[in-house]
Design a protein around this ligand. Sequence first.
Ligand code: S3P
Length: 420
Amino acid sequence: MRIEPATAVVGHVAVPGDKSISHRAVLIGAVAEGDTHVRGFGRAGDTQASIDAVRALGIEVEDLADDELIVHGGELRSGSVDCANAGTLMRLLMGMLSGRDGSYVLTGDESLSSRPMERVADPLRRMGARIDTSEGHAPVEIEGSSLLAIDYELPVASAQVKSAILLAGLSAGGTTTVVEPVPTRDHTELMLEAGGAQITRRPTSATVRASTLRLDEVDVPGDFSSAAPLLVAAALVPGSDLTVHGVGLNPRRTGLLEVLKRMGIRVSIFNRHTFGREIVGDVQVQHGELSATEIGANEVPLLVDELPLVALLAASAHGETIVRGAAELRVKESDRIEAVTDLLRATGAHVKSREDGWAITGVPTRLRGGNVEARGDHRIAMLGAVVGLASREGVDIEDAETVAISFPGFYEVLDSLVRR
Ligand code: S3P
C-alpha cells in the first residue's frame, strides 16, 4: 500500500465502535441473563473473533447489521475456541471460563501464541482454577471448577489481566479484589456495574462478588484508539483541522489528548455526553508546532495503544522526548518498541530504543518517508500510514491490510480526509 504525502487533513468523520467495549459486550452478554442488544459494535477481525468464540461455546449471536447485534445469553458448552489475533479475547475468556462447568481449549495465531498468558493463569490458579498453558503461552486448556475469591495485586498494569480476574470473581465464592499499580482502562468494571453486578470501583482497585447480570443494551462509542491516528495526522500536517465525532472519551483511554496539549496542540471537545456509563464526545484537533515531552509509567496505561503515535509526534517536535515505563509494548501484537524504532528510523527519524521505551530527538520538519513493514500489527500499519501523510516522499507499507484487525475501512476513511 502506497501512502502519498498530504497537504492537509481536513473534515468531520466518525470511527468504528470501540474494540475493547465490543469484545466485552459480546463476552459479558454471552453469560448475562436474557438478550443483549449491542449498537455501534465495532466489527473488525478481533471483535469478529469474539463473536465466533461465543458461538463455538453454544451461544447464539444474531447479526442485525454490521454494527448491530443481539447476543442471546445462556449456558456455555465445552469447546475449542480460536482467539485468532485477539489478546483481549483470550485473556478475558480464561477468566470467564475457569469457574464454569466444561472443558475448553483456547488457541491463537502465531502472534497471540507468543504472548504471555501466565500473568492470567497464575492468579486464576490461586482461585482454584484448573488451567494449563503451553510453557506460558497458548494453547490454554481449562477444566472448569469451583473458584474461591482472592485479593490480588497486579504485578503489571494490565486491564486484560484485571478483567480476567474480575470475570472469574463473578462465579467465585467470596469477595474478589484486584489492586492495580496505576489505573488502567475500566470498561469491564463499568459494564459489570451497568449489568447489576455487585462491584465496587475505586481509583486503583475493584471488588466483585458472585453475581448474575443483565445487560439488556450496550451502546458502543467510537474507538478512541481508531480516532488517534487520524488526530495525530491532523496535528502533524500543516493546515489540518479535523473533528472525530462520537468517540469514546473514557479518561482512562484519552491520555493522548493530554500529551497533544502538552506538546502544544490545540484540542477541543464538544457534545460531551454519556453512553450508559461511558463518556462520548466530538474531538477537534488542529495542526500546531510541537514541543518535546516526557512520558512515565503512570501515564502509560492511559495511552498504551497510542504510544507508537506519540513516538511519531516526538520525532517532529522541538527537543528530546523520553518515553519510560512502557516495557509492556514489547509483548503486544508485535514488539512495538522495536517495530516503532525500525519504522521511524527507516523513514528518517532519530529514535533510540530503550528497554522500556524510546529516546527521540525531534526535528521539526517532515520525515523523509520510505518503505515500512507492519509485522502483522495493525497499530504499526496505521503508524506507517500517518508517517506517509506527514512525510516528504510518502511511505510504502508492507502487510498494510493488517489494519482490519481493529479498523477495516481505515485507508478509505483516511483518503476521504486528505488533501493532496
Ligand atoms: C485492552 C487492554 C490493553 C490494550 C489492549 C486492549 C483491553 O492491554 O493494550 O489493546 O481491552 O483490556 P493490556 O491489558 O495487556 O495492557
